[in-house]
Design a binder for this molecule. Structure first.
Ligand code: C5P
Length: 405
C-alpha cells in the first residue's frame, strides 16, 4: 500500500464500460508516477474489461467499486467531495447520458454528483453513438455546466471500423488533466466557444521532393489548442506540417501549403468565436511546380526560382469576419525594432490582437519557452515574460475572453 504525500493532488479516475478501459491503466500509471493520489472508480461494466486487482495494484489502493461497501465511510459522497479532479476515461455514451441527467445509480455517478472540483470526460465509443443527437446534446449539457468533455480521436475503433470515437491517447488525456488541475476550480471560461488555431509552418513545393519551408515546430499553436480545450472551448487546430501528437479533445486538420491552410481556415472560421493564426505562413510560393524531380545538369547553372505571393490569410480573416464579433489574433516574429514593427503590423493586418515575438539567435523557434508582447488594437500592451509556451497561451486566452465578454 502506498503512503501518499499529504499535498499530493487527489484524483478520482472513473472508468466506464468500454474496451478502451485497458488504456486507462496507462493513464493511471502516469498519474501515480507523477505524484498524484488516485482512487479508481470503475463501473460494474468496466470490470468486465479490466479487473479490480489491476486497478488496485496500479493505484496502490483498493478500487472503489461498491456503493454498499464500507458504508460507514460514506464512499458515495466522500470520493467526489475530496477529489481535486475527477476524470472519466473512457466515458461511454451511457455514462455521459447518466452524468448529463444527474442519475446516481452507482459509485461513479454518485461521485460525479458530489464532486465540486473540475471534471474531465474522455469519451470513447463508436462513431454512430458519438454523432447521435442524444449524445451530442448530453455533451453540450455537460460542457455548459462547466465540465471539460474532450473530443474523441479519429482512428481505428474496436473492430475493423475506423472513425471518430477513439479514446484520445492516454498521454494527451494526462496533459489535458494536468492543465485543468493547474487551473483549479476556475470556471472553464471558453465553454460554448469555438476557437480555431493554426500551428506549424507551411511548405511550398518546388517539385515532388523539395519545398520552401520554415523552422516553425508548431509548439506554440499546440499549446494554444491544449489550453483552450482545458478552458472548455471546442477547438479546431489547423496543423501545418507539425509532427507533434494531437492534443486530447481537439479536432486536428492537417494541411501543408498556404493555399490549403487558407481553405481550411475559411471553412473552420465560418462559426468560430475566435481565430488565432500562430502558424508561420510562407509569404511566397514557387510560381511553377515541376511534376518530376528537377535534375542537375553538368556545366549548367540552375534556373532561378520564380516566386509568387501567397494570400495573407490573417489580413483576409480580419477584413471579412465570418460572424459579427469574431476575434482575430495574429503572431509576428520580428528580429529588430520589435515593438514598432509589431504595432505597424497590427494596423496593417487589421486584427484585434498581435503577439509579437523576438526571433533569431535560437529564440522561440522549436523551444519550449517563449517571451512576447501582446499588442491590442485598442492600444493595450501586455508584456509576457519568458516562460513555458502554455503560459503565453493562457495570457492570449485571458485577453480573448476579456474581449469576447
Ligand atoms: O506578415 P507576417 O508573416 O509577419 O505575419 C505573421 C502573421 O500573419 C501570423 O499570424 C501568420 O499566421 C499570418 N500570415 C498569414 N498569411 C500569410 C502570412 C502570414 O495568415 N501569407
Amino acid at each position: 500500500m502506498k503512503t501518499d504525500r499529504l499535498d499530493a493532488p487527489r484524483v478520482a479516475l472513473g472508468v466506464s464500460g468500454g474496451i478502451a478501459a485497458y488504456k486507462a491503466c496507462e493513464l493511471l500509471r502516469r498519474f501515480t508516477e507523477s505524484g498524484h493520489q488516485v482512487t479508481v472508480v470503475p463501473t460494474a461494466a468496466a470490470l468486465h474489461f479490466v479487473g479490480e486487482a489491476t486497478w488496485a495494484a496500479l493505484s496502490g489502493r483498493p478500487a472503489a467499486v461498491e456503493t454498499w461497501e464500507n458504508v460507514h465511510e460514506v464512499p458515495h459522497v466522500r470520493i467526489g467531495q475530496q477529489a481535486d479532479l475527477v476524470v472519466v476515461a473512457p466515458a461511454t455514451a451511457d455514462l455521459l447520458a447518466k452524468a448529463a441527467h444527474g442519475l446516481a445509480d452507482d459509485l461513479l455517478t454518485n461521485t460525479l454528483l458530489t464532486a465540486r472540483c473540475p471534471v474531465v470526460f474522455a469519451p470513447a465509443m463508436h462513431t454512430e453513438m458519438w454523432e447521435h443527437p442524444a449524445t451530442q446534446e448530453n455533451v453540450a449539457t455537460l460542457r455548459r455546466r462547466g465540465a471539460v468533455v474532450l473530443e474523441p480521436a479519429v482512428g481505428r475503433l474496436t473492430g475493423v471500423d475506423t472513425g471518430k470515437g477513439r479514446l484520445p491517447d492516454p498521454g494527451a488525456i494526462f496533459e489535458a488533466c494536468r492543465r485543468v488541475l493547474a487551473r483549479g476550480v476556475r470556471e472553464p471560461d471558453l465553454t460554448g466557444k469555438h476557437v480555431v488555431i493554426s500551428a506549424g509552418g507551411t511548405r511550398e513545393p518546388l517539385d515532388p521532393v523539395r519545398y520552401l519551408g520554415n523552422h516553425s515546430s508548431g509548439k506554440q499553436g499546440y499549446a494554444l489548442a491544449a489550453t483552450a480545450a482545458a478552458r472548455g472551448a471546442r477547438v479546431t487546430l489547423l496543423s501545418a506540417n507539425a509532427t507533434l501528437p494531437d492534443p486530447a479533445g481537439v479536432d486536428v486538420v492537417h494541411v501543408s501549403t498556404a493555399l490549403e491552410l487558407r481553405e481550411a481556415a475559411l471553412k473552420a472560421c465560418a462559426d468560430a468565436d475566435a481565430v488565432v493564426m500562430a502558424a508561420a505562413v510562407a509569404d511566397f510560393r514557387p510560381a511553377e511546380y515541376a511534376t518530376g524531380k528537377i535534375k542537375k545538369k553538368d556545366g549548367v547553372d540552375p534556373a532561378p526560382v520564380a516566386l509568387v505571393r501567397n494570400p495573407d490569410i490573417l489580413a483576409e480573416l480580419s477584413a471579412h469576419r465570418a460572424r459579427p464579433g469574431q476575434l482575430v489574433v495574429g503572431f509576428a516574429a520580428e528580429t529588430d525594432e520589435v515593438l514598432a514593427n509589431g504595432r505597424a503590423k497590427l494596423a496593417r493586418k487589421g486584427c484585434d490582437l498581435l503577439v509579437v515575438n523576438e526571433v533569431g539567435g535560437g529564440k522561440a523557434f522549436g523551444q519550449d519557452v517563449n517571451a512576447a508582447v501582446l499588442l491590442g488594437a485598442d492600444g493595450t500592451e501586455t508584456e509576457i515574460p519568458e516562460g513555458p509556451k502554455e503560459t503565453l497561451a493562457e495570457t492570449v486566452w485571458d485577453a480573448v475572453v476579456a474581449r469576447l465578454g
